[in-house]
Design a protein around this ligand. Structure first.
Ligand SMILES: [Zn+2]
Length: 274
């Protein structure tokens, strides 16, 4: 079996420089300070738009607000806007320095939302019933009642921004078929990608999920994964340290519990959840 890929700083694209259409540079790769570059050809970007179209086709009707950064041609926001236009709908782009009031004004006539979950929560809290459906990506909040059908999406730069999409069943996310998924014993997702500019062999994503077995009711045979969580080493360390304290119920503050409820409910193993 092939070795894992963990460090992609210094990766040389598999196509000539002239075929590279976009480069995303990331300087936040851990404490090493190494710069990580991810390369895409036009065909890679077109595939991304295709996957976005598949995910968005469940969500968008006529007009959709896009609350992802649109920093220029082939940026995340721009690729999503292209997918929405390809579906025959109109994208409305929120800019990052806008106030909630300004974004709410833009939402006028929009039937759907694409963006970070926190933004969706904020907008619909101010104005309930704003959208019929939403596609969210990023650290989405699993236990939130969004009051509308929400379609989580999972993606990363290494898998071409579009990674896994929710179908109409909204029970897990289908991995794009040109990305092979492998789950390690501890739940970490390892991917093998087949993109033109930057194919990766057994890349450790640092994200944790599971594969949902069985045929999906939507009829798709794309592999389906469960909710994705991102662990970081500090969290693991905290887990190790704090889970030892007998009296500590919820060091993360994940759970909103009142004192009298604590007395009534039995505690599960691990102390993090009630
Ligand atoms: Zn499905």
């Amino acid at each position: 079996m092939k070795e894992f890929t963990t460090d992609i700083s210094g990766y040389r694209p598999k196509v000539s420089q002239s075929e590279i259409e976009k480069v995303i540079t990331d300087t936040t790769s851990g404490t090493t300070g190494k710069e990580k570059r991810v390369y895409y050809t036009r065909a890679d970007l077109d595939k991304t738009v295709g996957i976005f179209m598949k995910g968005l086709s469940e969500v968008v009707e006529k007009k959709c607000i896009v609350c992802f950064p649109d920093t220029g041609p082939d940026s995340l926001g721009d690729l999503i806007a292209r997918a929405i236009r390809n579906l025959g709908a109109e994208p409305v782009m929120a800019q990052k320095d806008m106030t909630y009031r300004e974004i709410l004004e833009l939402c006028d006539g929009c039937d759907s939302f694409v963006g970070f979950p926190q933004m969706l929560i904020a907008l619909t809290r101010i104005k309930p019933g704003l959208f019929k459906k939403a596609l969210i990506s990023g650290d989405y909040c699993i236990n939130v009642d969004y009051k509308i059908p929400v379609y989580p999406h999972y993606g990363s730069r290494e898998m071409g921004l579009a990674g896994a999409i929710s179908c109409r069943c909204r029970n897990g996310m289908h991995m794009r078929p040109d990305v092979d998924a492998e789950i390690l014993e501890d739940g970490e997702l390892v991917i093998t990608t087949h993109l033109e500019a930057m194919p990766l062999e057994r890349y450790r994503t640092g994200d944790y999920t599971c594969i949902i077995d069985g045929k999906c009711d939507c009829g798709s045979d794309w592999v389906k994964i469960g909710p994705v969580s991102r662990h970081n080493p500090i969290e693991k360390l905290d887990d190790e340290m704090f889970s030892k304290y007998e009296d500590l119920i919820d060091w993360r503050g994940d759970t909103l519990v009142f004192k009298d409820e604590i007395d009534k409910k039995p505690l599960f193993e691990g102390k993090r959840y009630l």
